[in-house]
Design a protein around this ligand. Structure first.
Ligand code: NHR
Ligand code: GAR
Length: 196
């Protein structure tokens, strides 16, 4: 990705630990100096998202756009696009963002839109991935960073990490094990996108 001022906009819905991992890696790996890249904004569809508080403390522009205030997915996505585009993003990063995006949104950011999904895609697209992996008797689980297309959790895979499923695991214990790996692979995938 050539050029200077590569603004990264991160979309969250909750705790924002993947967002924080990316912000911290940007700092320790000097993304500004090396790639002209910085996390310009964090946007949540939930005003109560904990990640917004942390982002503000870091001096990052943080905004909430409540999807329930819009009549349709198209109307929400149009407002979200307007908010994102204020920052002229080179990359839009979904990090625990829980709203399915319309084809118009996906098309607008084609080639600039990535997600982290808590399963070894193409296994278990959609929700409740850890519970489903345990119920199926999977011996391994993990996470995938992928490009976002209008087909949910189906874009090109950019990074993956594998963890064991251990006897007695619950969705909570497995998701915590997967999350530690997400914090390694997501910053790595974003850095690779910035460096090409
Ligand atoms: N949008 C598109 N077009 N394509 C993808 O691959 C997307 C996407 C939006 C989000 C993240 C995804 C995940 O990693 C993601 C990938 C939300 C849902 C969902 O069903 C499914 C997958 C993902 C995110 N959301 C419900 C909805 O009606 C709301 C659920 C809730 O609020 O808890 O949008 O898993
Ligand atoms: C992460 O495990 C992420 O993979 C998952 O939600 C968690 C968000 O944690 N994403 C989805 O389930 C998307 N449907 P975080 O807010 O602490 O990054």
């Amino acid at each position: 990705m050539s050029g200077v001022n590569k603004n990264i906009v991160i979309l969250i819905s909750g705790s924002g630990s993947n967002m924080a991992a990316i912000v911290e890696t940007a700092r320790t790996q000097r993304w500004q100096a090396r790639f002209g890249a910085r996390v310009a904004a964090v946007i949540s569809n939930k005003a109560a998202a904990q990640g917004l508080v942390w982002a503000k403390e870091q001096g990052i522009a943080a905004a909430a756009l409540d999807h329930t205030a819009y009549d349709s997915r198209e109307a929400f996505d149009a407002a979200l696009m307007a908010e994102i585009d204020r920052h002229g993003p080179a990359l839009v990063v979904l990090a625990g963002f829980m709203r399915i995006l319309t084809p118009g949104f996906v098309q607008h950011y084609e080639g600039r839109l990535v997600n982290i999904h808590p399963s070894l895609l193409p296994a278990f697209p959609g929700l409740k991935t850890h519970q489903r992996a345990i119920e199926m008797g999977c011996r391994v689980a993990g996470a995938s960073v992928h490009r976002v297309t209008s087909e949910l959790d189906h874009g090109e895979i950019l990074e993956q990490a594998v963890v064991p499923v251990l006897p007695g695991d619950t969705a909570e214990t497995l998701s915590a094990r997967v999350l530690t790996q997400e914090h390694l692979i997501y910053p790595r995938a974003v850095e690779r996108l910035l460096s090409v």
